[in-house]
Ligand binder design. Structure first.
Ligand code: 5GP
Ligand code: ZN
Length: 112
């Protein structure tokens, strides 16, 4: 499958990886929209939120805990941050491998 995030997870494409375990990997967003912008993904290829099966729902929980840990390490836990999952066209999804954005380091405006 030609998926850039699968390739990053498999080590077939480069990324600045900042966290990994058996199920989850996190790395710098290549086009950061804020001073801190990390992506947290499951190793398993799940295209969108619509494709998240009940059995995999625990992955979202684990991804949020990785976000919490990274926010602390990046020292944005007290100033604040945002976690975002975009779904399909209107949600602004560009990469069709489920991912959670961790964004912080400046005040964030709502962009709806
Ligand atoms: P989406 O809009 O799908 O929610 O977000 C995709 C994110 O992935 C974007 O913020 C984009 O900058 C980032 N991105 C796209 N291609 C690559 C890549 O090859 N490497 C990394 N590290 N980030 C990428
Ligand atoms: Zn993938």
């Amino acid at each position: 499958m030609d998926c850039i995030f699968c390739k990053i997870a498999n080590g077939q494409a480069p990324a600045n990886i900042i966290y990994q375990d058996k199920k989850i990997i996190a790395f710098d967003d290549i086009y950061p929209k804020a001073p801190q912008h990390k992506l947290i993904i499951p190793r398993k290829h799940i295209a969108t939120m619509n494709d998240l099966a009940k059995d995999d729902a625990g992955l979202i929980e684990e991804m949020t805990l990785v976000a919490q840990k990274l926010a602390k390490e990046l020292n944005i836990d007290q100033t604040g941050y945002r976690i975002i999952i975009n779904c399909n066209q209107d949600g602004g999804q560009i990469v069709y491998h489920l991912h959670l954005h961790l964004i912080g380091g400046r005040p964030l405006m709502f962009t709806g």
